[in-house]
Design a protein around this ligand. Structure first.
Ligand code: GRF
Length: 190
């Protein structure tokens, strides 16, 4: 039986991309076909390559071209796209082609702290500024509205008044590393 092929899009460090690659390494049903980044020097490209996964770099101009991305995914027989710290807008042609087959990971409890500019430590800093007593991660489908696709799963962490951005980042990373791959596999195979 052919495996389900996923493409991972990432722009930065890639701790989640690496975790997904490891998780699916010997999976009987799912495989990572390639990792794509819009940043040539992104750590995620080197890490993926080191793990034996095809690592592709394309310019911001190329990744803004929906036809280009749809062709790339079609040629590589991609079934699902997983966004893991991908910071560019997804062209609507790609969203339409991968309707309910494109998943994003967001480091807050959406709908709180989502939308324009809400990524990485910006999110954590806003959460702490508002003295929230919890935060967490959201795994959701991608639709045309930024951070507003149907929620697949959320996981919480408690915050204490003493928590710094580094503390919150650590808690979020823990949730991501623990839950993201399993949820991705679950939704793909459901
Ligand atoms: C993660 O916190 C994820 O929630 C968000 O971007 C960050 C990416 O981190 N979408 P990494 O590049 O996977 O380390």
């Amino acid at each position: 039986m052919n495996k389900i092929r996923i493409a991972i899009f990432a722009s930065g460090t890639g701790s989640n991309a690496v975790n997904l690659i490891r998780f699916f390494e010997n999976d009987p049903a799912v495989e990572v076909a390639f990792v794509l980044s819009n940043k040539e020097d992104a750590k995620v490209l080197k890490s993926s390559k080191d793990m034996g996964v095809t690592a592709l770099h394309f310019s911001n101009q190329q990744v803004a071209d929906g036809t280009f991305l749809v062709d790339l995914c079609t040629k590589n027989s991609i079934d699902w796209i997983v966004l893991a710290g991908y910071l560019r807008l997804i062209p609507s042609e790609l969203i339409q082609t991968f309707k309910q087959k494109m998943v994003n990971l967001h480091p807050s409890l959406l709908p709180m702290y989502g939308g324009e500019g809400m990524h990485g430590r910006n999110v954590h800093s806003a959460v702490l500024k508002n003295k929230e007593n919890k935060s967490g991660i959201t795994i959701h489908f991608v639709n045309e509205e930024f951070d507003k696709g149907e929620v697949i799963a959320q996981f919480h962490c408690a915050l204490s008044p003493q928590d710094t951005i580094d503390d919150l980042e650590r808690k979020i990373k823990y949730l991501e590393q623990t839950y993201f791959p399993t949820v991705v596999r679950g939704v793909i195979l459901s």
